[in-house]
Design a binder for this molecule. Structure first.
Ligand code: HEM
Length: 120
């Protein structure tokens, strides 16, 4: 279930990326995708069994998934900041673009590993 939510958020990220020439649509999709990712963190954090499973785990796949998810969230926040910068001052475009491209790869891996973790 939560993996499906992650996939929907990823889809929003792809559509937002493809809409990058349309500023309003781009920002709307990317902000919604970020909101979904934050909601996923809140849902997981409020589930005690998930938190307990992660703490002290030696499961390499689970740890890889968590590391990717944290990286993606930080990258998403960086793109929010640089996106606002582009909007207000016109600067930060280079970082925004590069970080966005890496984010697409990292965020895709987050969803792939999420499905692998829940389906194995
Ligand atoms: C999270 C909130 C975000 C905000 C507020 C935001 C804002 C913006 C703005 C204002 C632009 C300039 C659009 C224009 O030229 O009129 C832009 C461009 C762009 N954004 Fe975002 N963005 C966000 C997230 C993302 C994400 C998550 C990605 C990648 C997946 C991304 C990738 C891009 C790319 C590739 C461009 C085009 C840059 C260029 O051609 O120079 N953005 N964004």
């Amino acid at each position: 279930m939560i993996a499906h939510f992650s996939a929907i958020s990823l889809l929003l990220l792809y559509v937002g990326f493809l809409s990058r020439r349309n500023r309003m649509r781009h920002v709307t999709f990317q902000m919604t995708s970020l909101a979904c990712d934050i909601a996923i963190v809140i849902i997981l954090e409020s589930n005690r069994s998930v938190v307990q499973k992660a703490i002290g785990s030696t499961d390499r796949l689970l740890l890889t998934h968590i590391a990717l998810a944290v990286t993606a969230l930080l990258q998403h926040l960086l793109n929010l900041i640089t996106g606002i910068l582009i909007w207000r001052t016109g600067t930060g475009r280079k970082i925004h673009k590069l970080n966005g491209l890496i984010l697409i790869v990292v965020r895709t891996l987050v969803t792939v590993t999420a499905y692998t973790v829940v389906m194995r």
